[in-house]
Design a protein around this ligand. Structure first.
Ligand code: ITT
Length: 201
């Protein structure tokens, strides 16, 4: 079975590969990505919610690969003391072409300027899957934690180096990918996808 993943984010892709590895190793699953298409223009993520954006990405890939298994997810960081920001704007928080480093720097700066006492935050993932019959399946996941005062750690991507998961004292980027893939918002959603893939021939 082929599963097409609608993402341009290498960090996400690596996590999909690691969590779906059991099926890949059994020879039951092959992952395909946007890089396997000759030409593809990722759609604009104009939705107001994570789910809207996940659907936009999944439908856009489905339009060029009808009848294939497709998965897309939209994810981001919601900070309690900032009314859920950066939220759906997480990837482009510091501007349309912002790097992960610039996004993290803006977040830490704004939280520092406002002297926010409430540093509670959640990573959220909303996933849309189309099976080969075109039926839609929705999965989600959340990881609660707090925003660190400064960056620490090297693994992962995005806000991993400023996010301390609940019950831990180190950031996700210090705890490493094996840890992240057991507890993360994306891991929870991909685990549900793995279950679905095991059920469907
Ligand atoms: P695709 O849309 O191509 O999948 P993207 O990076 O643009 O890639 P999103 O629109 O879903 O993905 O934005 C997700 C952003 O939220 C991502 O760029 C990070 O800034 C942040 N984010 C999401 N999941 C994260 C994670 O596991 N660790 C750190 N940051 C994360």
């Amino acid at each position: 079975m082929e599963l097409w993943i609608a993402t341009t984010n290498r960090g996400k892709l690596l996590e999909f590969e690691m969590i779906l590895e059991p099926l890949i190793k059994e020879g039951k699953l092959k992952l395909k990505t946007l890089g396997d298409l000759d030409t593809y223009f990722p759609p604009e993520e104009t939705g107001a919610t994570f789910l809207d954006n996940a659907r936009i990405k999944a439908r856009s890939l489905k339009a060029v690969r009808p009848g294939a298994w497709i998965v897309a997810e939209d994810s981001g960081l919601a900070v309690e003391g900032m009314n859920g920001l950066p939220g759906v704007h997480s990837a482009r928080y510091a501007g349309p072409k912002a790097s992960d480093f610039e996004n993290r720097a803006k977040l830490l700066k704004i939280m520092g300027l406002k002297a926010l006492a409430n540093r509670n935050a959640s990573f959220i993932c909303q996933m849309v899957v189309f099976d080969s019959d075109g039926q839609e399946h929705l999965f989600d996941g959340e990881l609660k934690g707090t925003i660190a005062k400064a960056e620490a750690g090297k693994t992962g991507f995005g806000y991993d180096s400023v996010f301390i998961p609940e019950g831990e004292t180190k950031t996700l980027a210090e705890l490493g990918l094996a840890f992240k893939n057991k507890v993360s918002h994306r891991a929870r959603a991909v685990e549900k996808l793995l279950e679905l893939l095991r059920q469907k021939p």
